[in-house]
Design a protein around this ligand. Structure first.
Ligand code: CMC
Length: 428
């Protein structure tokens, strides 16, 4: 018989089943709690609450382990390209050569945006944040591609998946081109995913554009390490919106908004702003660390700390290594990278960070690579969204295919006024 947890509520004792995951993680199943007792649980920020069982990504924050579908992130990062990892996340297995070729082919057929969508970009102010453009445009895909909206129709969902993965680089690059007043560059489908994106970002019609293979490799790796991270804020948003049977475009658009926040994906942009600020104020790293420790300052060390990792984020290890190799190989000295490493060293030897187990996270070094590639700061989180797309899709699909799927609808404990009588305006 499986393990049971005992809950004492006054003089009543309740037995609650314990669920065990494939890596021996344990959860107390409270799904019958309210029906049996009238009580609910409260857990702000979901610090102790599992929202689902999932077979996609395994994360062990204490030991710094991250695996997609059982494969360690370190192995995927050196052996795969992003499209292959996307297939793995979405369909559950590494593809055969034929499956991969077919998948690539399908993505290639969907890289173009409906021509009328380019008019959208004229409506946004030139200095609009590209994350706002991204979420709006992804949401607007549901106006142009109405043949792929039904979440209960597998063929429509499949089409929607190709469209999302294939069009995101085009949407992203167009927002950059608009912001700098250059013409849009159409996708070129004989190029691979990252080559195509870099060309759409940086080519101009009047000059030949040579794609830099070091940048392609670095970008590919960054997309892979961002591809999924189980039930984080944006993924939970995608699931929550999807749980109402909203279409996949709408669900992903909501996830993009959640990712934008500086406590989540927006941290990669905030890190570089912080490092530049330190540089511009004389490079005093210690002073900044002291400010981050001072609660009254409201300053946090961006790119540091994580809800789940209480150890070095394995993605940060991979990214830091790429930073080192790329900057050395291409001889791109970046004082920002020097400051980042110094900041890490000071923080990691400080009791405040040691006691709280705060380590660099995925966002701490990624911006250094984006800078080296020439990607502007406000596009960093857009790149995160491009990487996270297969994870969001996989999680949305898993939720829809689950036998136990229900609309996500948390409860609350009401703390407001008790019933009171309405007062007409002239008596208030
Ligand atoms: N700098 C200074 N203090 C910190 C930091 C930080 N970056 N992160 C956490 N703390 C402190 C926090 O003040 C608290 O201290 P105390 O126990 O004295 O009150 C303690 O550490 C625990 O922090 P928390 O806010 O309760 O932890 P959380 O799990 O709710 O928040 C976090 C996690 C990632 C939002 C937070 O660490 C943070 O704000 N980090 C900076 C932003 C950042 O880098 N975000 C990217 C996260 S990784 C990628 C992603 O999710 O997109």
């Amino acid at each position: 018989m499986s393990e049971m947890a005992k809950l004492q509520l006054g003089d009543r004792q309740l037995e609650l089943p314990v669920i065990e995951g494939s890596e021996q993680e344990h959860a107390v199943d409270i799904s019958a709690l309210r029906a049996q007792t009238g009580y609910i649980t409260i857990d702000e920020g979901y610090v102790n609450t599992g929202s689902t069982q999932s077979a996609i990504t395994y994360l062990d924050g204490e030991n710094g382990i991250l695996r997609y579908r059982g494969y360690p992130i370190e192995q995927l990062a050196v052996n795969c390209d992003f499209v292959e990892v996307s297939y793995l996340l979405i369909y559950g297995e590494l593809p055969t050569r034929q499956q991969l070729d077919e998948f690539r082919q399908k993505l290639r057929r969907h890289t173009l945006l409906h021509e009328d969508m380019s008019a959208f970009y004229d409506g946004f102010p030139r200095d609009a944040h590209p994350m706002a453009i991204l979420s709006s445009t992804v949401s607007a895909l549901s106006t142009f591609y109405q043949d792929s909206l039904d979440p209960r129709d597998d063929e429509q969902v499949e089409l929607c998946i190709y469209r999302l993965i294939a069009k995101l680089p085009t949407i992203a690059a167009y927002s950059y081109k608009k912001s700098i007043g250059q013409p849009f560059i159409y996708p070129q489908n004989n190029l691979n995913y990252c080559q195509n994106f870099l060309r759409m970002m940086f080519a101009v019609p009047c000059e030949p554009y040579e794609i830099d293979c070091d940048f392609v490799d670095a970008l590919n790796l960054l997309l892979i390490v961002h591809a999924d991270h189980e039930q984080n804020c944006s993924t939970s948003t995608v699931r929550m919106v999807g749980s109402s049977n909203a279409n996949l475009f709408a669900s992903i658009s909501a996830g993009i908004c959640a990712l934008w926040g500086p406590l989540h994906g927006g941290a990669n942009e905030a890190v570089i702003r912080m490092l530049e600020d330190i540089r511009d104020n004389g490079g005093n790293v210690k002073k900044y660390v002291d400010m981050a420790k001072d609660k009254s300052s409201k300053v946090r060390l961006m790119g540091f700390g994580h809800r789940v990792y209480k150890n070095y984020d394995p993605r940060a290890t991979i990214i830091k290594d790429v930073c080192n190799r790329l900057l050395k190989k291409r001889n791109i000295p970046d004082p920002i990278f020097e400051i980042a490493q110094e900041l890490e060293e000071v923080a990691l030897s400080d009791d405040y960070f040691i006691e709280r187990k705060l380590y660099p996270n995925v966002d701490f070094y990624s911006g250094v690579i984006y800078r080296a590639i020439g990607i502007p700061m406000d596009m960093f989180t857009v790149l995160f969204a491009m990487g996270r797309m297969p994870g969001w899709i996989a999680q949305w699909l898993e939720m829809h295919r689950s036998e136990s799927k229900r609309i996500a609808r948390p409860r609350q404990i009401y703390t407001g006024e008790k019933e009171r009588q309405f007062k007409p305006l002239d008596q208030r």
